[in-house]
Design a protein around this ligand. Structure first.
Ligand SMILES: [Zn+2]
Length: 268
């Protein structure tokens, strides 16, 4: 009986890994012992879960769990296929060592749309209006249902969704480009204000500076997390009027600032 249980546990075992590996695979982590650095990243495990596995919409969720207990955070990118910086920025989190807690990364939520470089395929539907999703709904509803399940299963304490706008909000208020849309609670609002102050110190051109806007759009990832699960949540929007690397870096830096200061699971 015990032997059977051990075999079962072995089958279910998670693997030590780093980075967003090719789906389902993971490479061993090199976590050299350092006696001086503090705080330091603890050993962490990686589990890969495939949303809509076996379909053309299949996309991985990477779950990094530190040996040190702590809160769980979800980062989503690639909800809209014509906003690649969000996917690139989310992917960067796969290489960030954790100090504690759990980090869940869904870097390419709308895989088929990212491949086609369009907002979404007509038959998919808009993921950012599809929350809370449905187990047997449209592809957008099935994908968001899977993301909601991750939020609930891991009891996430903070959620970020990384998007892009077509202009600079500073110049064109019709576009959300270069803004943060925090949830309606105080913690979301204050973290967004601090994050904008932090990132704007690194931006010299006034039109490229970020603004804090109100609040995540109904049906979106951050809206669901904030209004239903009552956790701090943010939609981060960069402007696609600048090189992909720059806007992905802005998105990543803002999200990392919010996670580090909001939960402490990683260093800023
Ligand atoms: Zn978007």
């Amino acid at each position: 009986m015990l032997k059977k249980l051990f075999c079962l546990l072995s089958l279910l075992a998670v693997v030590l890994a780093a980075g967003c590996g090719v789906s389902g695979t993971a490479k061993p982590t090199a976590t050299p012992e350092t006696k001086t650095a503090a705080p330091k990243a603890a050993p962490q495990t990686t589990t890969v879960v495939k949303l809509m596995d076996g379909t053309k919409y299949a996309t991985p969720a990477y779950i990094y769990k530190s040996a040190n207990p702590g809160p769980a955070v979800l980062v989503v990118g690639g909800v809209h296929g014509n906003e690649p910086a969000g996917a690139v920025a989310a992917q960067k989190f796969c290489d960030v060592p954790l100090l504690k807690g759990t980090l869940i990364v869904v870097p390419r939520a709308n895989e088929t749309a990212l491949q086609e470089k369009i907002r979404t395929l007509p038959e998919t539907g808009d993921l950012n209006r599809a929350y809370p999703g449905k187990e047997k709904g449209t592809p957008a509803e099935q994908l968001t249902y899977g993301i909601v399940k991750l939020m609930k299963d891991y009891k996430v304490a903070l959620v970020l969704d990384l998007h892009e706008g077509y202009a600079f909000n500073y110049e064109n208020h019709q576009s959300l480009g270069e803004s943060i849309l925090p949830g309606t609670d105080d913690k979301s609002t204050f973290l967004a204000m601090d994050a904008v102050e932090y990132i704007n110190q690194q931006i010299t051109e006034p039109k490229k500076k970020f603004n804090v806007l109100a609040n995540p759009i109904k049906g979106s990832t951050a809206w669901y997390a904030n209004s239903v699960l009552k956790v701090p949540a943010f939609t981060i929007e960069t402007s696609d009027k600048q090189p992909l690397e720059d806007r992905a870096n802005y998105s990543f830096k803002i999200a990392r600032f919010i996670i580090a200061n909001g939960t402490g699971i990683m260093a800023q």
